[in-house]
Design a protein around this ligand. Structure first.
Ligand code: NDP
Ligand code: GDR
Length: 344
């Protein structure tokens, strides 16, 4: 019988790539869907065929117990979160509830459905395995560069603090109940499916529109911020590999390469033959109250222990996103022309 995976955050960037990958590996894949008539459900259904859905919300313990009980998964990937860092200063309590307490609720659902407690352990081979989407934002004001599994945390946003709670509670359930529970400490990863609020996609969408004469300027915040950016399609393979090991453990996942926001802008504008300095405007309102200046992964462990390697490099990734946004902008533009011609 094929293995079953339950993914929270199925409508997000990583949810769709992970579902595609697991389906290609012969899994039955279930996505947790929140809300009434969630508009993003049809989008992910179009992107990924053969998905099944189960209702639930990371804010609601009972719904998670029901979902785990219904799906009876072999593996649970907790990707659900409010993932845009600036929102965490505006809605700190909600972000803490979803990104922090939400992790505890999924762990509790697995514990309850599997009948695990501190005196009753379940053989590792028969356990529901749990993956937590931890983040490089936990390193925050970095103690060392590059950052590795043992680097201390100094999160700089309510988002990072909530992710640190999720990280430690995952480790605690592993130690307390012998649960197969791991955290992937993933550095920024992007794709044509990235939300338009994140800086790479904001840049590539703007470049496409500027190239087509539909927009003139692009407002950005801190151009000096440095990140280790990779391709989401590569990173979901690492998530899966983490759950296939004999022993559960936490891993840093990144490319080990650093680029500034300015580099990202330059590569994207260069790709369409434009000079970024003619279009980029700094808006101080977009600078964060407490910035994470630099992040870069030490990939030694993930490469040695999991044999994982990224396949897409950063310039290639930015160009892939620009090309995809150019196609999308053209389609929208043509559609608008058609409506105009039809006097709609
Ligand atoms: P997205 O923002 O694209 O997706 C977030 C997902 O979380 C959406 O499917 C959303 O569903 C879901 N969600 C939000 N609130 C709830 C809730 N209350 N209950 C259930 N689901 C909810 O994020 P990514 O795909 O980029 O990231 C996946 C995970 O990895 C996140 O946890 C993120 O914090 C983490 N991460 C991401 C990195 C990156 O660079 N992309 C790096 C490191 C960590 P809905 O349609 O209902 O809104
Ligand atoms: P980040 O990603 O906060 O690292 O979190 P984001 O793309 O939002 O910001 C990256 C860096 O770019 C700087 N920046 C801007 N950012 C945005 N969004 N918009 C701008 O206009 C802008 N100008 C400059 C930011 O200040 C920042 O330094 C992402 C999310 O996916 C998290 O969920 C995940 O945990 C981390 O990556 C790892």
């Amino acid at each position: 019988m094929s293995r079953r995976a339950l993914i929270t955050g199925i409508t997000g960037q990583d949810g769709s790539y992970l579902a595609e990958y697991l389906l290609s590996q012969g899994y039955q894949v279930w996505g947790l869907i929140r809300g009434q008539a969630n508009p993003r459900k049809s989008r992910v259904s179009r992107l990924v065929a053969d998905l099944s859905f189960v209702d639930g919300d990371l804010m609601d313990q009972g719904s998670l117990v029901s979902a785990v009980d219904k799906v009876q998964p072999d593996e649970v990937y907790n990707l659900g979160a409010i993932s845009f860092v600036p929102m965490s200063w505006q809605q700190a309590e909600l972000v803490t509830e979803v990104n922090g307490m939400g992790v505890l609720r999924v762990l509790e659902a697995i514990r309850m459905v599997s009948g695990l407690n501190s005196s009753q352990r379940v053989d590792v081979g028969k356990q529901i395995r749990f993956y937590q989407a931890s983040s490089s934002e936990m390193f925050g004001k970095v103690a060392e560069t590059p950052q590795k599994e043992t680097t201390s945390f100094h999160p700089r946003s309510p988002y990072g603090v909530a992710k640190a709670y999720g990280h430690f509670i995952t480790k605690n359930y592993r130690e307390s109940f012998g649960m197969y529970a791991v955290s992937g400490m993933l550095f920024n990863h992007e794709s044509p499916r990235r939300g338009s609020e994140f800086v790479t996609r904001k840049i590539t969408l703007a470049v496409a529109k500027i190239k087509l004469g539909l927009q003139e300027k692009l407002e950005l915040g801190n151009l000096d911020a440095v990140r280790d950016w990779g391709f989401a399609g590569d990173y979901v393979r690492a998530m899966h590999l983490m759950l296939q090991q004999d022993e559960p453990g936490d891993y840093v996942v990144g490319t080990g390469e650093m680029h500034s926001v300015r580099d990202a802008v330059r590569i994207a504008f260069d790709h369409v033959g434009l000079d970024w300095r003619d279009h980029v405007v700094i808006n101080p309102a977009l600078v964060r109250p407490a910035e994470v200046e630099i992040l870069c992964a030490d990939t030694t462990r993930v490469k040695a222990a999991l044999g994982w390697e990224p396949e897409v490099d950063f310039p290639e990734l930015m160009r892939m996103m620009v090309d995809s946004d150019l196609e999308q902008a053209l389609r929208e533009h043509e559609y608008a022309d058609l409506l105009h011609a039809a006097n709609w």
